[in-house]
Ligand binder design. Structure first.
Ligand SMILES: Cc1ncc(COP(=O)(O)O)c(C=O)c1O
Length: 389
């Protein structure tokens, strides 16, 4: 009799992460130019570190907090949601989570039964696909419109709906494309969700990083959407707090206890020291956020300028948000983006991420991160100019 694997089919069918694979391969390349990670390179601002250190000294961090998070943190989050997202929230509607990622996982777990379909405008963040698969749901990809800068294709979303569709999960500004979905499009998407009685889960990790007058819009601010939206946020990007693992979500007060049932077995509560750091982030000066935004905007401009000097190799849409972009590879060999990325790493010593990691419409592209220094971008593009030249 054939021996059955001890690993669940659900997990076994998840492929290796292309992002981690490129990181691993990059370690063997001396002096690599690294454009593979969507991770802030700046350190956490000092006043945030100080808030955490003070809480440790006061002996506040040794125990669990309530499952939903510290009351004073949830209060501050409500202020921020009102000010920046136009969401009127009560602290009872906030769940503090282990980064946006745990919030998203708990949200998907709370909404999705085995076989339920979740529509992902794609290319999409690879982790979202995995979250749906781990919940035994079925990811359904609805292509965005690349020629218009990867904007939502509302007709494609409508066409993807079946009787099994339960939710739409999207991130804006987008990882991997850098597109900020407009308020108009998000309102149209809300109309579709209302018409078909669907839930919406958002990943708003890059909410503060939009450029050229593009503004982030939260679907959770639309009053009619109350009760069907779970909005997920994080401190990771806004305040360069990747390692603190702290985020939160907002949903209406009937949904929160259900999502909390999924949150407890995943985390019990978010790390308490990080909750104090998050409190310091929200209560402290906000200049750091503007500084990060300005840095990313100027790195985006530099990357676009350098891409323009490589005619015939890539074609790109200028990102309106996040710190990522997703050029199409114009060369024949780019049809297999994973092979292309590995070759580029081996032969030009430039580390990028293959587009195939971001759903079927990602193939033939590369994801480039401009969350790096100008020197890193110049190093990578000097090498590519020589390599493709
Ligand atoms: C769209 C998106 N969501 C979430 C995350 C991670 O968020 P967190 O660190 O808050 O879990 C990332 C990190 O790259 C991301 O790109």
């Amino acid at each position: 009799m054939a021996k059955r694997s001890i690993v669940s089919d659900r997990v076994a069918k998840i492929g290796k992460s292309a992002i981690h694979e490129m990181t691993r391969l990059s370690r063997d390349v001396e002096d690599v130019a690294f454009l593979s990670w969507a991770k802030p390179t700046s350190g956490t601002p000092e006043h945030i570190n100080a808030g955490a250190i003070e809480a440790i000294r006061e002996g506040l961090c040794g125990g669990y907090s309530g499952n939903a998070g510290l009351p004073e943190l949830r209060q501050e989050i409500c202020r921020k949601l009102k000010r920046d997202n136009r969401i009127d929230a009560d602290p009872s509607e906030i769940l503090v989570t282990v980064g946006a990622i745990e919030g998203l996982s708990a949200a998907v777990m709370a909404l999705i039964d085995p076989g339920d379909e979740v529509i992902l405008p794609s290319p999409t963040y690879s982790t979202h696909v995995r979250q749906v698969v781990i919940a035994s749901g079925k990811p359904v990809f609805a292509a965005t419109i690349e020629d218009d800068g990867f904007v939502l294709d509302i007709d494609a979303i409508r066409a993807a709906i079946t009787p099994k569709t339960r939710a739409i999960l999207y991130c804006s500004p987008s990882n991997p494309t850098g597109t900020t979905f407009s308020e108009k499009q998000i309102r149209e998407l809300a109309g579709v969700a209302l018409e078909h009685d669907l839930a919406v889960i958002t990943d708003e990790a890059y909410e503060y990083f939009t450029f050229d007058g593009h503004e982030h819009f939260s679907i959770g601010s639309i009053p009619e959407m109350r009760g069907r939206v779970i909005s997920c946020y994080t401190f990771t990007k806004t305040y360069a707090m990747t390692g603190w693992r702290i985020g939160y979500l907002h949903a209406d007060e009937e949904l929160i206890p259900q999502i909390t049932k999924a949150h407890i077995p995943l985390a019990i509560c978010a790390p308490v020291v990080s909750q104090y750091a998050a409190l310091a982030a929200l209560k402290g000066p906000q200049e750091c956020v503007g500084k990060f935004r300005e840095h990313y905007r100027s790195m985006r401009d530099l990357m676009c300028e350098r891409l323009d000097r490589l005619p015939g190799v890539f074609q790109y849409a200028k990102p309106s948000g996040s710190y990522l972009m997703f050029p199409r590879i114009l060369l024949d060999e780019g049809r297999d983006s994973a092979a292309f990325c590995k070759k580029l790493l081996r032969e030009a010593r430039v580390s990028t991420t293959p587009g195939s990691a971001f759903g079927p419409t990602g193939e033939g592209h590369l994801r480039l991160s401009f969350c790096v220094t100008a020197e890193e971008i110049d190093k990578a593009f000097d090498r590519m100019e020589q390599y493709f030249g």
